[in-house]
Design a protein around this ligand. Structure first.
Ligand SMILES: NC(=O)c1ccc[n+]([C@@H]2O[C@H](COP(=O)([O-])OP(=O)(O)OC[C@H]3O[C@@H](n4cnc5c(N)ncnc54)[C@H](OP(=O)(O)O)[C@@H]3O)[C@@H](O)[C@H]2O)c1
Length: 337
């Protein structure tokens, strides 16, 4: 800690509430306790869930003043007691700060429990990595942890040009699945480049017919990242023993054709990344690192802004003004590349 300053710039709130609660100011640099690592932050992603935690719409324990954000990439600045496997200067990332009692990431320094900290692979830059990890870990949890996708199965990914959808297409392909994707018409070529076998415009008036043609044996896994759940269609498209994964649409209340689901031996699985275990997140991190290093997981379009723009970033995300763009915030005093 000898070279570490006593205070740092951070984006934080004193209480949960609207964007106007966000403050940019100085907080004390936290000291790592046993089993924790102090990281000098190079880049922080801005995710929808950060706005849910800040507003209180996603209930979770937070300490005040509460630093926003959950994903960071940076360099190890100091080690707490009983930390093995990392050294000062190592390039690292995490994607599970800012909820369940843990402080957040949008600051010049952050403390990370060592079991939530992963190395950045050689040749991978902090910005594309941090822009990718939340969505990619979510897609991993959906496809592998919960839906248990197998090689040769067919995965239907709705919202395939979004953050989670892009990652889901690539991770499903990597798992050996055939991928049917839906997205806006202008994104279909991009979704095909990511590896979708079939890409369809979700606004097409005959989408249901086109999906039935593309899925002659049904969908083994159905992942709708858009939060617009048409469970009548999803169940109708489901293969025997198919799995529908729900992970978006906090307030959605769709109708469910019960008979169609159970006569297919189908199941509906829901999950939130915030509830993932340390072991599940580590499994996701291992795959993400491997795919980023090999170039098989590609980042979304990135817009970079200073940490001081955190309020504007939350406002734009809440207004739905970030089509296909991932915002990444960078502290003024970032570690050297
Ligand atoms: N459960 C979890 O752990 C977890 C984790 C991460 C994210 N999430 C949630 O997952 C959702 C997706 O996140 P994201 O970052 O991927 O959002 P995103 O980048 O906005 O992606 C959503 C995509 O859905 C598309 N879409 C909209 N309506 C559609 C429809 N009717 N059919 C098919 N596609 C449609 C959008 O396309 P256009 O923009 O072209 O219309 C957009 O590309 C959010 O609600 C987020 O809160 C949940």
């Amino acid at each position: 800690m000898s070279d570490t300053p006593k205070s740092m710039q951070a984006a934080y709130v004193e209480r949960l509430g609207p964007v106007s609660e966000i403050r940019i100011g100085e907080l004390l640099v936290p000291a790592p306790r046993a089993g924790e690592v102090l990281v000098q932050v190079a880049a922080v992603a801005v995710n929808a869930v950060d706005t849910f935690v800040r507003s209180g719409s996603y209930a979770t324990e937070v300490p005040f003043p509460f630093v926003l954000g959950r994903d960071l990439a940076g360099r190890v600045a100091a080690l707490g007691a009983d930390v093995d496997g990392f050294r000062v200067g190592d390039r690292v990332w995490t994607n599970s700060l800012g909820h369940a009692g843990r402080q957040g990431a949008t600051a010049e320094y952050a403390v990370v429990p060592v079991d939530r900290l992963y190395r950045i692979p050689d040749g991978v830059d902090e910005l594309p990595l941090v822009a990718t990890v939340h969505a990619a870990a979510t897609a991993f949890l959906a496809l592998h942890t919960h839906a248990r996708v197998r090689p040769g199965e067919t995965a239907l990914v709705a919202g395939a040009a979004g953050n989670v959808g892009r990652a889901a297409v690539q991770i499903a392909r990597e798992a050996g699945a055939r991928v049917i994707a839906t997205a806006s018409a202008s994104d279909l070529d991009d979704v095909r480049r990511l590896g979708a076998d079939v890409a369809l415009d979700y606004r097409d008036p005959v989408l249901g017919t086109l999906l039935r043609e593309a899925l002659p044996h049904g969908a083994d896994v159905h992942l709708d990242t858009s939060g617009h759940h048409d469970l009548d269609l999803a169940v109708d498209l489901l293969a025997p023993r198919g799995r529908i994964v729900l992970m978006a649409g906090l307030r959605a209340r769709p109708e469910l054709p019960v008979g169609g689901l159970y006569t297919r031996d189908g199941s509906i699985l829901g999950f939130a990344i915030s509830s993932a275990t340390v072991a599940e997140l580590a499994d996701a991190a291992e795959l993400i690192n491997r795919m980023l290093a090999s170039g098989t997981l590609t980042p979304p379009r990135i817009e970079e802004a200073p940490l001081t723009a955190a309020r504007d970033a939350h406002a734009r995300l809440e207004a739905g003004a970030l089509h296909g763009v991932k915002l990444v915030l960078r502290p003024a005093q970032a570690p050297p590349d």
